[in-house]
Design a protein around this ligand. Structure first.
Ligand SMILES: COc1cc(COC(=O)c2cn[nH]c2)cc(-c2cccnc2)c1
Length: 239
């Protein structure tokens, strides 16, 4: 996968060189290219923003630099059309399913908005996906891009070691993760649930499913409504 990121703060994307996403890049599984939007300005002050029509607080990002940047990036591989993603509070809520969808794409381009956002005509012309990572306002799209790219990168083949698997992700079955434990067996007087030390894999699976169900009912009833529940699941919830 190739991922281009257009931003006025390229340094914000440095964390992508670390850890999991960094390893994916070393392996060639993912190629991340960052671009400074100001490279596509033509005035001496390298202006990327201007006052909003209709008044109101703050500034809006001008269309010309974005159009020049996206045109040049898209033209760099004429045989393919990138999927253009714009992180924004006004976007579709990001989810594991959405990450799985994006992980199938060979080429993503992320547009990191700053100020009050990007001129709507750029979004209309270029954006394939407007994505929100949560109902709050960030100062720019860079952090949201890091979130989305990390969620997508870990789904790419070979990125997660063989000890972990995205297929076992909590959200892969639509429920929250069950509680996890490791050594010591007793810590601060609290013992690891016996079933987890029983070696009975079927019992462990039943216990984890029950814990995940109860946790999801308590914290995210909205997810329970969407999950496919078996009769055994319903028995747990009715208990
Ligand atoms: C492209 O347009 C944007 C992008 C961003 C950065 O993304 C987020 O904040 C976000 C992404 N998921 N959740 C939050 C912020 C605004 C914005 C809107 C209103 C006032 N101030 C800023 C507009």
């Amino acid at each position: 996968m190739r991922a281009d990121v257009v931003t006025i703060f390229p340094a914000y994307l440095e964390p992508l060189r670390l850890s999991l996403v960094g390893r994916a890049q070393e392996r060639g599984t993912l190629e991340v290219r960052t671009h400074d939007l100001r490279a596509w300005t033509s005035d001496v002050h390298r202006t990327v923003d201007d006052a909003p029509y209709g008044g109101g607080p703050g500034m809006v990002m001008r269309p010309e630099p974005w159009d020049a940047a996206l045109s040049e990036i898209a033209a760099s591989d004429p045989a393919r059309r990138p999927r253009v993603v714009v992180p924004t509070p006004a976007g579709r809520p990001f989810s594991q399913r959405h990450a799985e969808e994006l992980a199938q794409e060979p080429w993503l381009v992320f547009c990191c908005g700053r100020y009050e956002g990007i001129d709507a005509r750029v979004i209309e012309t270029w954006a394939d996906d407007e994505i929100s990572i949560g109902d709050y306002v960030l100062a720019g799209g860079e952090v949201a891009t890091l979130v989305i790219l990390e969620a997508v990168a870990r789904l790419l083949p070979g990125v997660l070691g063989n000890s972990a698997s995205a297929a076992d992700d909590s959200f892969s079955d639509g429920l929250l993760e069950a509680p996890a434990y490791t050594r010591p067996q007793v810590w601060r007087g609290v013992e690891v649930p016996a079933v987890l030390r029983s070696g009975d894999h079927a019992a462990v699976a039943r216990w984890r499913r029950a814990q995940a169900l109860r946790r999801t009912v308590a914290r995210r009833p909205d997810l329970v409504a969407q999950a496919e529940l078996s009769d055994a699941d319903r028995a747990v919830l009715d208990a």
